[in-house]
Ligand binder design. Sequence first.
Ligand code: SF4
Length: 333
Amino acid sequence: MTVALALFSGGLDSILACRVVAAQGIRVKAVKFVTPFFGYDLLAREAEYVAWVKKTYDIDLMLHDVSAPYLAMLADPPHGYGKNFNPCIDCKILLLRAARELMDKCKASFLISGEVLGQRPMSQRQDTLRLIARESGCEDLLVRPLCAKTQEPTPVELAGLVDRERLLAFRGRGRQPQMALAKSFGISEYPMPAGGCVLTEQAQAGRIAWYYGRKWPVNVSDMLLLLFGRHFQLPHGGWLSLGRDQAENERIAALHEGRGYLLGMEERPGPLALLRYSEHPEDLAAAAALVVRYGKKVKEGSPAATVKLSSEAGEQRLTAEPLADEIFQGWYL
Ligand code: SF4
């Protein structure tokens, strides 16, 4: 039986691309690539998610973590960034290359992706669809079932591995044809189209771009930390992340991993915070004063408090007054 390996984002187009090819009697295996910017939380509940995809869409899925090559690419994507810090063209090239490397293991004869001509401004124009296929080295291997008939027949179609007549000619930004097709497959539960991953979102992308500008050793833990909470650049170069609620405090504690200082008040409720990339005493003092500033107010306002700083070297305590707002307005990231 012919096997195809599909790139699965979880969006409707990727679901339909799998189903259109599977409807020809081809065995479709799907891979969802994850990075800190998309899908990373699924790694913690992989079996549950894979089972849900099978039950909901009848698609056999696996997850594959490509964080390391992705973070390296993001420093300097050869085709540049989109409106924010999104390297959409190089993102697609990287994921296709990663899929190509998995083909042998999956015994796949070709690759599927769910792109639709003209649906996205940067990565789904006619010229970029060609460029992505060519530069990923997948020109002879890739089929885009939803828009195949808007393209020249691919080597996979010409070889008869897939029946071009049963592929589609979707184009443009409209969603009606996809919704009708989903209905014909009995698929009613699917995510609404989103604008893109967090790298397209102004505030988060801006922080990630700031981080890359620091030339620190880029790592997954820092990326995950940048995606929630409050962030400050301290006067001596330190980076402080501060939780806004209990759930964020727990995530900050879990991401400490012995790197930098974990700060929190012992006397009254307040945020946990993580200081990285500075040992400067003035940054430690500023970090402690910010923790007190964002601590729970008491009747008298926000009195001085003792802040515990935990690091691999041990614990220390600093007594700090809440930092005045006018001092740190320019520190926000
Ligand atoms: S929006 Fe994000 S996940 Fe989608 S192609 Fe662009 S960089 Fe990749």
